[in-house]
Write a protein that binds this ligand. Structure first.
Ligand code: CU
Length: 280
């Protein structure tokens, strides 16, 4: 056979092979209902970060993650991941509370976890995010700066308890408050050091929601928050009787019934020093 016939046959063969390879690994989109926050790339992979808003904000952030192979553009299904958010301050750096990263249930290419940014700079700067991951026994890392915007309302706060420990508390649910008894879900973490923020177990968080704009009235049928061993969060009933701005006055109580932070709301004390806010 003449060489000039061989070349087109060869290229058709290569085309056919690459087509069949593509067909075996279709690129599936499992993040259609999410918005991309940012990509963090290295030479081999691109880490894609998603949530429902497309922004990182102070407070609780539920994050979905995909790892794209830069060469094949396919998404990795069998990675194990961990992450380290870091804030660079003028004189030191610190991390924040975060979960482990697990495969999202019923998804092949999506992993998820949460990060609770307790602060940010006015322009959203200061934070970086490092993703460490392992695929088929090989370790990789990808890192970049991220933007964390300031939430309008106080949905998280960092404070010193009377036991000289620093704590971080964050509002998780309701993400869409309703005029109803809402399932209130709060995360509580101890700042063990600049990098370590373990969950605090078996404390109690008392709840007294008030509307400062309307004579500081409360609502009926609220319950204090107790620790749930299943999801490692605190749960209680939050009664919201009307739309508007609410202050959730809290007191943090340890296992020995000692109040570590916060005060009762009274005629002379409008607000606890420990509180979260919401508006709807
Ligand atoms: Cu900071």
């Amino acid at each position: 056979m003449n060489f000039k016939y061989l070349l087109p046959i060869l290229s058709i063969a290569i085309f056919a092979i690459s087509c069949s390879t593509d067909n075996e690994t279709p690129i599936i989109n499992e993040v259609e209902d999410l918005i991309k926050i940012q990509e963090i790339a290295n030479t081999t992979h691109t880490i894609e970060l998603f949530n429902t808003t497309g922004d990182f904000k102070t407070g609780y952030n539920n994050v979905s993650i995909r790892i794209k192979d830069n060469e094949t553009s396919s998404y990795i299904k069998n990675a194990t991941l961990s992450w380290m958010p870091m804030m660079q301050m003028p004189t030191m750096q610190h991390s924040c509370p975060k979960s482990e990263i697990t495969k999202t249930i019923d998804k092949e290419t999506v992993y998820q976890g949460f990060i609770i940014y307790q602060m940010t700079n006015a322009d959203g700067s200061g934070w970086s995010l490092t993703i460490n991951y392992n695929i088929d026994g090989t370790d990789y890392t990808a890192s970049n700066t991220i933007t964390v915007l300031q939430s309008e309302k106080q949905n998280t706060t960092s404070f010193m308890g009377s036991d000289d420990s620093r704590y971080i508390i964050a509002l998780i649910e309701p993400s869409e408050p309703k005029i109803a008894i809402n399932n209130l879900k709060v995360g509580l973490f101890k700042m063990e050091n600049m990098m370590t923020f373990p969950v605090v177990e078996d404390y109690t968080i008392t709840l007294d929601p008030r509307m400062p704009g309307m004579g500081n009235h409360s609502s009926p049928n609220n319950t204090d928050l107790s620790y749930n061993k299943e999801d490692h969060m605190y749960h209680g009933d939050l009664s919201l009787t009307m739309t508007g701005y609410w202050v959730l006055n809290l007191k943090l109580v340890n296992k020995h019934d000692e109040v570590l932070k916060g005060e009762d709301v009274t005629d002379t004390n409008e607000k606890s020093s420990l509180y979260l806010e919401l508006e709807f």
